[in-house]
Design a protein around this ligand. Structure first.
Ligand code: GAP
Length: 446
């Protein structure tokens, strides 16, 4: 049964407790009372998030001839953030309540007269820079100040010439990166949706200036399609163009891919036309000419940058929420996570029907074989088969394989598919081939 729209406000709470119970996400430092807005991925969560990042990397780098990857450091020269505009402009308007001391983003409040929580008086609006500061080396003064990067994009932009020359690329081409970013958000919240430490998946696509609109259109559609390809229901996705007054100072156009979270339509990813702003700024601030010289046409120009910027944690949360479904009614209601097979943390569960008659040994052998072929699997011989199926549905495992008494006679096992509930027999020696083929088929369009 699809999750009822009326239960939406409860759904987030249900997801948070399921995430903890099944080991998707735990609160950071929980035994010390937790650290606000910081989360740890557990055994299932880390697989899910890795699969999301791998799916992104496949679509953006592995399967393309025009995009390469990098892995830049989190700490960068402080001048980077002057050039990018983050030091002067990366701030949110902030007010404090003088009575209860609660802090709010001024642009999220309808009324700046009174505290929405206790009615107390609010302070004047102040700008609050979102970058985390730290010191490099033993001396803690302003000359040693460095910042935790608030976006991965700048690590790509400052490496434009290095990558272009080393990989002998000519625009249009892209540079992609996945990595941690840090923002001292004033109002983090909604579980892993807005946190202070998060992972981004960003790609800067460098185009000749006269091709910017074409590539902007291309990436808007391509990025929306990616979420659909990996199973998010199309009616839960939309593109929202930014109004002119919403645009960042560097952007000519920007669109958000939004997902209908239980807390409303919210940004998953932004696709921006950053123009030639960044390369020009870094040229000016570093004194190094980052313009591209085209040998064929003998032209010298600053490429425009089209940037699809996604969040790995937000995407993972959206895939988790969208996969959530239930079957049965009342006390028989059970959770089924309908992950796309490419994203599912575990692909196959191997379940001997009973713990005797040689069934565990056969199961162990199949399990070993699956692992040897890099098919992430799980072996479980405890409790009733119904309960074991239910646990696997709740973890989103697309295939369950049962070793039963017929296996002892004809060396076949039962393969059960999570979504269709279809069950059929497969020769135990062919499991790797059959499941491997099904997984490849499910992933074929990428
Ligand atoms: N380089 C452009 C840039 O960073 P952004 O819209 O600020 O653009 C891109 O960030 C994506 O990074 C967002 O769409 C979101 O998925 C993710 N993101 C940004 N801030 C985040 C936060 N505080 N917590 C979790 N994810 C965040």
């Amino acid at each position: 049964m699809a999750q009822n729209q009326n239960n939406k406000s409860d759904l987030m709470g249900t997801i948070v407790s399921l995430a903890k119970r099944r080991g998707f996400v735990f609160q950071s430092s929980e035994i010390y009372g937790g650290l606000n807005s910081c989360w740890d991925y557990g055994p299932l969560g880390v697989e899910l998030k890795r699969n999301v990042k791998d799916a992104w990397w496949r679509a953006m780098v592995t399967n393309r001839r025009d995009i390469v990857g990098i892995d830049a450091s989190i700490l960068m020269h402080p001048r980077v953030w002057e050039a990018s505009g983050h030091l002067s402009g990366f701030s949110d308007p902030l007010v404090d309540c003088k009575k209860c001391k609660e802090r709010f983003r001024a642009d999220h409040l309808e009324n700046l007269d009174r505290c929405p929580k206790c009615g107390g008086e609010l302070t004047e609006v102040r700008r609050f820079n979102l970058m985390f500061k730290t010191f490099m080396g033993p001396v803690e003064d302003s000359s040693a100040t460095v910042y935790m990067r608030p976006e991965t994009a700048q690590g790509i932009l400052v490496n434009f010439l290095n990558v272009q020359q080393a990989a002998r690329l000519k625009p249009p081409f892209g540079i992609a990166q996945i990595g941690k970013s840090f923002r001292n958000e004033i109002t983090p919240g909604n579980f892993t949706y807005r946190t202070r430490e998060f992972e981004q998946m960003e790609m800067e696509f460098f185009t000749p200036p006269d091709q910017d609109s074409k590539w902007y259109e291309y990436w808007r559609e391509a990025r929306l399609q990616w979420y659909k390809d990996y199973g998010i229901k199309p009616e839960h996705l939309r593109l929202r163009d930014h109004e002119k007054d919403e645009l960042a100072h560097y952007a000519k156009a920007c669109v958000d891919v939004e997902y209908l979270f239980p807390f409303g339509w919210s940004e998953l990813e932004g696709i921006a036309n950053r123009t030639d702003y960044d390369l020009k700024q870094h040229s000016q601030f570093s004194g190094k000419d980052l313009a591209f010289f085209d040998d064929e046409t003998k032209s010298h120009y600053f490429p425009y940058v089209i940037e699809p910027a996604a969040g790995a944690d937000r995407a993972t949360l959206a895939f988790l929420v969208d996969a959530y479904d239930t079957e049965g009614e009342g006390k028989d209601e059970r959770v089924v996570l309908r992950f796309h097979p490419a994203l599912a943390p575990v692909k196959v569960a191997v379940l001997p029907l009973v713990k005797r008659d040689g069934m565990p040994e056969i199961g162990e052998k199949i399990y070993r074989d699956l692992l040897d072929h890099s098919i992430k699997s799980f072996y479980d011989h405890a409790s009733s088969i119904g309960r074991r199926y239910a646990r696997q549905d709740e973890a989103g495992t697309p295939f369950c394989l049962t070793v039963d008494s017929q296996t002892l006679e004809d060396q076949t096992v039962t393969l059960r598919e999570r979504d269709s509930r279809e069950q059929y027999r497969v020769a135990s020696g062919q499991i790797v081939e059959v499941v491997g083929k099904k997984l490849r088929e499910a992933m074929k369009f990428r």
